[in-house]
Ligand binder design. Sequence first.
Ligand code: C5P
Length: 218
Amino acid sequence: AADAPLAGRHVLVTAGPTHEPIDPVRYIANRSSGKQGFAIAAAAARAGARVTLVAGPVHLPTPPGVTRVDVETAREMLAAVEQALPADAAIMVAAVADWRAADAADQKLKKDGSGKPAPLALVENPDILATLGRHAKRPGLLVGFAAETQKIAEHARAKLARKGADWIVANDVSGPPGSSVMGGDSNSVHIVSKDGVESWDHLPKDAVATRLIEKVAH
Ligand code: C5P
């Protein structure tokens, strides 16, 4: 039906940051609000899809009709994503922390009086998008996001190949301070695929979501 173009389809979305523990009270994170990913999950549900939203720690309500799985870390996010397969389309919007502490401490780290902080060793997190790109249950359509400040299309094309995605939605996060995309309500995006680049200038995140889901349904 025209009002439910994704009826019968399963759409998997990741959103938000991840939190990587250093000790019981401290973590590594980033400034992702989760707004764009939640808007995409909401738009997919409005289009009639069954939607699984794997969300990092964010302060956002669950959109109507969406099944939400809350996670903290990148490794938990990967496990939840694999658990949710198969999916007809997967849209990986989460700003996954690239690194985690090599050994999260069981007890709160204490200053030892020497004036020298304890060294913090990092290890790389799994790349969830790239894992799906070569997965036995690879979704039929695999979409990644990328925040870029320069050579946007070129960097996005490289990311397409590296991650095995079908589209990369590149956020233009350049521009004056205060016009920040992170946490804000609007976005300028370039959708890069093997067929070329489509650019949507300065749209509210909800409009980006609606248009992206129309494109997924097309
Ligand atoms: O490499 P970069 O972090 O710029 O790639 C961004 C894209 O890859 C986003 O779609 C993001 O959700 C996904 N990603 C991921 N797992 C990671 C890092 C990024 O799924 N560990």
